[in-house]
Design a protein around this ligand. Structure first.
Ligand code: GA4
Length: 340
């Protein structure tokens, strides 16, 4: 996907202010990974069917691995702009500021987008950090830990769905050619000054701007973590948004479009967005587990029945990714692959 317009060259209107006071907080289903296995898999399936999101505790990723990654992320975002730009534009991998994707989407966010191949992380690290070895070992260690976690969750999902081959989902992200990504997002504090345009909606502490606009994740599974600053919201449909309270000790896991297709529509790839906070800086890190480009995506036979016929035609991840990148952030791309 190199060759699209340069993200840093685009000039687009500023995202609209959002009035945060209308959004209620939600307690996502909490999954304790240390609980009994069949119980965990049952709860994960229920959460993915109802919300497409859950909070994972006792996940086994060490505090040290997380702290090292967080420190490297903070070091990067506190650098001056010209140094951050040494990472190259995020097309496909590098530093991005405000521009998202290739089709004019923008948000109040800056980010570092990386592939998950250890060799390419090592090679790139000298453009990102003054201590490249420290940076690459933190990133490689973090990615390795969350990949293991993602595989464990995907196996539990397959078990809970009573799919015979319980590694049917995890095999895709274990593959050396997996197209998985790692993303660090920084949402700077932005005090929303919308007094001029709508006097009644001026609330300096309850208004925010769109950091990352509403979208679903195209991949299989996302493992997200943020610092102690809120901003993530998920859509319950019908225009109702709920805020996910921050919890730096937990991971927030969500179903991606590919898993919605592979579960034959049982799991939901839910739209979400991130808003800025008026006074605090938010940093999030997301691992997006994806298949290799050539891998075929379709539901396993057990999930296709006369009562539940195949919802999406088989497609390769490469085909799906191409569709995703040719559309806008908020477009519903999975609908293009429906069988009927
Ligand atoms: C959303 C999930 C990941 O952050 C991402 C995003 C990607 C990008 O920022 O370049 C996309 C977006 C995400 C969905 C549709 C396409 C691609 C921007 C966009 C308009 C890295 C991803 O894989 O898809």
């Amino acid at each position: 996907f190199v060759g699209g317009p340069n993200r840093t060259d685009m000039v687009v209107a500023s995202p609209n202010p959002i009035r945060a006071e209308k959004v209620q907080p939600i307690e996502l289903p909490v999954i304790d990974l240390s609980a009994e296995r069949s119980e965990v898999s049952k709860l994960i399936v229920e959460a993915c069917e109802e919300y497409g999101f859950f909070k994972l505790i006792n996940h086994g990723v060490s505090d040290n691995i997380i702290a090292q990654m967080e420190e490297e992320g903070l070091n990067f975002f506190t650098k001056p702009l010209s140094e951050k730009q040494r990472a190259g534009p995020a097309t496909p991998f590098g530093y991005g500021c405000k521009n998202i994707g290739f089709n004019g989407d923008i948000g109040e966010v800056e980010y570092l987008l990386l592939d998950t191949n250890p060799l390419s992380i090592s090679q790139r690290s000298n453009t990102i950090s003054n201590d490249p070895n420290k940076f690459s070992s933190a990133v490689i260690g973090y990615i390795q830990a969350v990949r293991v976690l993602a595989c464990e969750i995907l196996d539990l999902m397959a078990e809970g769905l009573w799919v015979q081959d319980s590694s049917v989902f995890s095999t895709m992200i274990k593959d050396v050619e997996s197209d998985s990504l790692f993303r660090l997002n920084h949402y700077p504090p932005i005090l929303c000054k919308d007094r001029e345009t709508s006097p009644s909606s001026f609330h300096s502490h309850s208004s925010s701007k769109v950091g990352f606009g509403e979208h679903s994740d195209p991949q299989i599974l996302t493992i997200l973590r943020s610092n102690d600053v809120g901003g993530l919201q998920i859509s319950l449909g019908d225009g109702v948004w709920v805020a996910v309270p921050p919890d730096p000790t937990a991971f927030c896991v969500n179903v991606g479009d590919v898993l919605q297709a592979m579960s034959n529509g049982r799991f939901l790839s839910v739209r979400h967005r991130a808003l800025t906070n008026s006074c605090k800086s938010r940093m999030s890190m997301a691992y997006f587990g994806a298949p290799p480009l050539h891998a075929w995506v379709t539901a396993p036979a057990e999930l296709v029945t006369p009562n539940r016929p195949l919802l999406y035609r088989p497609f390769t991840w490469g085909e799906y990714k191409k569709a995703a990148y040719s559309l806008r952030l908020g477009d519903s791309r999975l609908d293009l692959f429906r069988t009927a």
